[in-house]
Design a protein around this ligand. Sequence first.
Ligand code: ZN
Length: 339
Amino acid sequence: MRKKLATILSAALLGGALWSVPGTAQAAAGERAPLVSARPSPAEVQRALTKIARASDGRVRLGVIGRSNEGRALRLASVGHGPTRLLFVTQQHGDEPLGTPAAIRALWTLGVPDTPWQRALLKRVTLDVVVQANPDGAVREQRYNHDPSASGDYSESGVGYDINRFHNPLTPIEENPVPESRAVLRLWHASHPKVVVDYHMQGRYLQPDGRETTASILWPTSPLAGDVTKSRQVAVRNYDAMTKLAGANVTRYPGGEYEGIARNAYGILGSASLLVELSDLPYDQIEFQIRTAYTSMLATVQGAADGSLWRADPARADAIPARGPALPGVTAESLDAAA
Ligand SMILES: [Zn+2]
């Protein structure tokens, strides 16, 4: 069973069949996942999710976990009915979009074709995806949410808050000034996911061997997170899938210890937690980057379903190379995409 799932995942990822597992009735009927742009608008996201939910015959369920300051829906898509809960979050930073189209593909692959592969996964796991957690930032292509009254640490005056600094589990939720963060925190408390993966984008970085980093990952590094063995296992599994199946050059993200960062916060709360940062590569590599995130998502779901996540050697996380220095000539604007 384990081997079979791995074989099918590899086939799905390597066979060029991005939209569905090959051989399904849906593929034969010519159905395809809805295309969204690399920087989808909230309306595009809504249309794509609605189409997937319809095509899935109810296997993909849609919800709204809150509203942004401008009243935009914070969208949740869920698939599966298994006991192991997983949570993915995309685009907390509005100008770091590629996790969102990757999540839309992953939801299609998991929820629309109905083969033994999907059925095996979906009876073991329940996946919740907060798709485009920062819609107000997305429409402005800005990092922050939209809150001109924002003040204090991790805010930009006249602009808004950095959502990914407001997941602090030590702060009472009702005192948290960021509606997007409150919504994700409440979802965590309602679902207690075993695994949380948060998808971001970073600048461009060169390794000492002359190759460019295409993605970086990191587990919780807050001292409050305690034992992060399971987070490191998720990192190792993601490293293997992203490098071997997607061809990514993956390094270790140099992230901080602040407990308000989702990666740290959900580790402190007890989830196996991982940050995935896709590099801001040139336009002709956007498809490659979406595929990297999609591979990470499917590998995490499959690893949770078949238990292979928890057989990974956590010590191997230490062998993930440190991210190198910024690529010479990268503009300050690109570097703003960091973290
Ligand atoms: Zn980010």
